[in-house]
Design a protein around this ligand. Structure first.
Ligand SMILES: Cc1cc2nc3c(=O)[nH]c(=O)nc-3n(C[C@H](O)[C@H](O)[C@H](O)COP(=O)(O)O)c2cc1C
Length: 186
């Protein structure tokens, strides 16, 4: 079985996570290619395409959104799975409605319809000092907007990683189970 992982990343965590997912898929006998969304072709010739991006302001990076838009036809003819890399992976309840977490992937899943066999949110990391000035300012503004106390904001600006290889391997195993089930159905 051939798998392609198409990723979009700004600071490298999604690339690292894609490598961990690939490692597990390869160990289970899959042939895996890893490609940046900016220079990846369509889904032709692959049994499964995994699409993953760092989450920025509740959505994928534009590079992966553009990729999905451009290649939706070929993606819909194979099996796909989506993963988002974020600091907060669980949905939150606000004013009686759920937001965030896996719900952020819904709009992409809707675009790809029945081809989607799985979706997951995995933990990323933030290294404030390595970010662009624009991103640093954006984050600072966000902390102010939600009224985060100064001390907590300072703590949050320390390098923070929640990346977890075991979580990534569990996601890979879940996808393997689903692709095997999808195969039986065909
Ligand atoms: C400007 C900015 C906006 C972000 N927005 C979100 C967000 O809406 N939700 C979230 O959980 N994490 C958010 N993050 C955290 C990133 O998803 C996290 O750092 C991820 O690991 C980035 O992946 P990458 O290194 O592959 O680009 C944001 C980070 C930055 C710098």
């Amino acid at each position: 079985m051939t798998v392609k992982i198409v990723y979009a990343t700004r600071y490298g965590s999604t690339r690292q996570i894609s490598e961990w997912i690939a490692e597990r898929l390869e160990a289970e006998g899959f042939a895996v290619r890893l490609e940046n969304a900016e220079n990846s072709e369509g889904a032709e010739g692959y049994d499964l395409v995994l699409l993953g991006s760092g989450i920025y302001n509740h959505g994928f990076l534009k590079e992966l959104e553009d990729y999905i838009e451009k290649h939706s036809q070929s993606l819909m003819q194979t099996n796909t799975a989506l993963f988002g890399i974020a600091m907060k992976t669980e949905p939150i309840m606000h004013k009686g409605k759920s937001h965030g977490g896996i719900l952020m992937l819904e709009k992409y899943a809707q675009k790809l319809g029945d081809s989607v066999i799985g979706c997951g949110m995995l933990h990323g990391q933030m290294i404030f000092s390595a970010m662009s000035e624009k991103d640093r300012k954006g984050i600072e503004q966000f902390y102010k907007m939600i009224g985060m106390p100064e001390a907590e904001a300072a703590e949050r600006k320390k390098p923070r990683t929640l990346m977890d290889k075991r979580e990534c391997w569990e996601f890979a195993c879940g996808i393997i189970e689903k692709i095997n089930r999808a195969k039986v159905r065909q």
